[in-house]
Design a protein around this ligand. Structure first.
Ligand SMILES: [Zn+2]
Length: 121
């Protein structure tokens, strides 16, 4: 375990702490003291930073869940529209088919008469 030298922010006196204690104080943001009794903190602590990050992510997640729900509702509405349009389309096709059957003329064979053609020339 290595010892590191820090400097008091108030009186500039050296503060000797081991790596693990420095790591913990950076993480928890708790106070440690210089030899002259001045309290020191690493601010903001990693825990505070992480709490902010988590809160920010929670807000983003809540927004995305809400947006996801809105989009899902839109998709459901569009699906209902499509089903309605398919029904309309089916009915229109049936009407068109019925009209085509009504308009269909009986096919008559056309027979060319050779005599008429020859008479003109
Ligand atoms: Zn000090």
């Amino acid at each position: 375990m290595a010892i590191k030298e820090l400097t008091c922010a108030n009186c500039r006196a050296p503060i000797y702490l081991d790596d693990e204690t420095i790591r913990l104080r950076r993480q928890d943001g708790k106070t440690f003291f210089c030899p002259n009794g001045h309290g020191q903190v690493f601010s903001p602590s990693e825990n505070d930073e992480l709490k902010k990050t988590i809160a920010s992510k929670d807000r983003a997640l809540a927004y995305l869940r809400q947006r996801n729900k809105e989009l899902w509702d839109e998709v459901q509405a569009l699906r209902r529209s499509i089903t309605g349009y398919k029904g309309q389309l089916g009915r229109m096709r049936s009407k068109i088919k019925a009209l085509e059957l009504e308009l269909e003329e009986p096919v008559e064979e056309q027979v060319e008469v050779e005599a008429e053609k020859g008479g003109e020339g």
